[in-house]
Write a protein that binds this ligand. Structure first.
Ligand SMILES: C[S@@+](CC[C@H](N)C(=O)[O-])C[C@H]1O[C@@H](n2cnc3c(N)ncnc32)[C@H](O)[C@@H]1O
Length: 151
């Protein structure tokens, strides 16, 4: 985890934004460690609320209705400012973002953990300008690539 983040630190432009999605068990300590090791500045959690979470087949726990993304900045300082930050509308800049799993409610690919294209696209629009490079080396179903193309 921290090995790959060291590479992100090297590859990304200074003060570029990075968003990493994790399950709730890991998001907190990873954000803390990235900051403590001086790798990335942790700015804020971004919450994706799943409008259509998976059913609970065993019915022994709650259905998992959200995923947490960490908004990080490529700088080790405590309060770094992002290189690019395009404020969209007030409604679209809330850090709690509600989307269906898959594009428009159905999945674009067979990938088991596909992110909503509209969520990824919103993040690309906020954190990059036209002509910037978007990196997603864990591409999965390729959602980030599609979103970057359309943004
Ligand atoms: C959460 S999914 C990404 C979902 C993607 N953003 C989408 O919307 O489809 C993470 C992906 O990383 C891939 N992956 C995990 N470990 C990897 C590794 N060491 N090298 C390359 N890919 C890896 C997984 O196979 C999976 O497709």
């Amino acid at each position: 985890m921290f090995k790959v983040c060291t590479e992100y630190r090297r590859i990304l432009k200074p003060y570029a934004s990075m968003v990493l999605f994790f399950g709730y068990r890991h998001a907190g300590w990873i954000a803390h460690e990235l900051q403590r090791r001086g790798l990335f500045t942790f700015r804020m959690p971004l919450i994706w609320v799943k409008d259509n979470p998976q059913p609970s087949y065993k019915k022994t726990s709650f259905r998992s209705g959200y995923e947490m993304g960490l908004w990080l900045i490529n700088d080790g300082a405590q309060y770094a400012q992002p290189k690019t930050f395009n404020f969209l509308t007030q409604a679209r800049m809330c850090n709690v973002m509600s989307y269906l799993i898959g594009r428009d409610g159905y999945k674009r690919t067979q990938h088991p953990t596909e992110k909503p294209e509209l969520l990824t696209r919103r993040l690309v629009e906020i954190f990059t300008d036209e002509g910037d490079v978007v990196l997603d080396n864990f591409a999965g179903g390729g959602t980030t690539g599609v979103a970057a193309f359309k943004a």
